[in-house]
Design a protein around this ligand. Sequence first.
Ligand code: FES
Length: 164
Amino acid sequence: MEFTINGKAVEVACDTRTSLLDLLREQLGLSGTKKGCNQGACGACTVLVDGERINSCLALAVQYQGRDITTVEGLSGEGGLHPLQQAFVAHDGFQCGYCTPGQLCSAVGMMAEARRGMPSVVSADLCASSVVLDHDELRERMSGNLCRCGAYNGIADAISETFE
Ligand code: FES
């Protein structure tokens, strides 16, 4: 199977029953994407496919052949932190950090959804355009990503600061 993962062409053989999450983590060594519930309930496994967020634990890798997949490792582009990652640090948008890769990918995808009609490219340039979501809407749109440490206020503040 062939994919574009974090901007690079990848060719890999795997069983047709392999989830996209297991392909990323176990075969490609992209362990930034986390396995939490493994049944679509927690959002820890969120990645972007062609800019749209999905739960990779629920996706068979074979479904996404030829697609452009971005994991947390690909968010920063040229090695530095993505502005959203910097904002998570500044606002204490995590405690243990296990949910953070999924939160980051979900937030990037969520803002692309909020800007429907605008390019959903994944890059720091995404932060250049302004969309204002009120706190309740932002929390609702991010409700698929759980944080057992309860860092929700910091997460919301980081997202708001980055994308406003
Ligand atoms: Fe995929 Fe929880 S591990 S939603």
